[in-house]
Write a protein that binds this ligand. Structure first.
Ligand code: ADP
Ligand code: MG
Length: 250
């Protein structure tokens, strides 16, 4: 049975303005250098400030080599800034130990990349199950049910027992999205998830991201070269040579 007041809370959530929503990601003066201390040391992010609130869908545009993936890897706690502050889901992360970052990442962040990184010999369902397994060796009934629901939500129930490697590019990207959503992350990082797809499949993947964002309030950073898709986001930032040179919307 629904808790009393739940419907009101839900309605309040949906009508709340983005500016009233909690901050999910905050970067202040983030710099990133590679090969620190070596003769080929290079700084590729030169002081990025960025705020992403709950439910915000932000496009990240900019030329190749400008630092978009480096930025996403840092926000996703896969890499650390050389300087600056990064808060994710209210936690200041720069001082956290690796194991604490891994834990925060696992609970809060889902990733979808251009090249899906599915395990091609495993079925669609098994790929979605993997993040749910945690330390368990075998899935229990609740995990299997959750994985099946996730596949259903991306329209892939009929393909659940197909090896992922045999699915089309668009289908594989939808499996990757279902897998990214397994832990119900507050933040979804999508690095050119539609870059390798035909227009129709790209639209289908984008529509799914939008739906998750609207229905669950998931915050999304979406790297794309496609201006039409960027227009359908709440805001756009443009990264050129390691700096945010333009912001629109939001
Ligand atoms: P984008 O995603 O916008 O194409 P990237 O973030 O991948 O750009 O790359 C930004 C710059 O950082 C590029 O010049 C790239 O060569 C450099 N770079 C990225 N990763 C590394 C790395 N691990 N070591 C050294 N340089 C890197
Ligand atoms: Mg990139």
């Amino acid at each position: 049975m629904a808790e009393p007041g739940q419907a009101t809370k839900q309605a309040a959530k949906q009508t709340a303005k983005p500016a009233d929503q909690p901050v999910v990601v905050e970067l202040k003066g983030v710099r990133k250098s590679f090969n620190v201390g070596l003769p080929n040391e290079t700084e590729v992010l030169h002081g990025i400030d960025l705020t992403l609130r709950r439910g915000e869908f932000c496009a990240v545009m900019g030329p190749s080599g400008s630092g978009k993936s480096t930025l996403l890897n840092i926000v996703g706690l896969l890499d650390r800034p050389t300087q600056g502050l990064l808060k994710v889901c209210g936690e200041e992360t720069t001082a956290l130990a690796d194991h604490a970052l891994t834990r925060l990442r696992g609970h809060s962040i889902g990733f979808v990349f251009q090249f899906h990184n599915l395990l091609g010999a495993f079925t669609a369902l098994e790929n979605v199950l993997m993040p749910l397994l945690g330390d368990a060796g075998f899935p229990n009934a609740a995990m299997a049910e959750r994985a099946a629901e996730l596949l259903d939500s991306v329209g892939l129930s009929p393909w659940r027992n197909q090896p992922a490697g045999l699915l089309s590019g668009g289908q594989q990207q939808r499996v990757a999205l279902a897998r990214a959503l397994a832990m119900n992350p507050a933040l979804l990082l999508a690095d050119e998830p539609t870059g390798n797809l035909d227009t129709q499949s790209a639209d289908a993947v984008f529509d799914l991201l939008r739906r998750v964002n609207r229905e669950q309030g998931t915050s999304v950073l979406f790297v794309t070269h496609n201006p039409e898709l960027a227009l359908r986001c709440d805001k756009t930032i443009e990264v050129v040579d390691g700096r945010v040179v333009a912001q629109a919307g939001g």
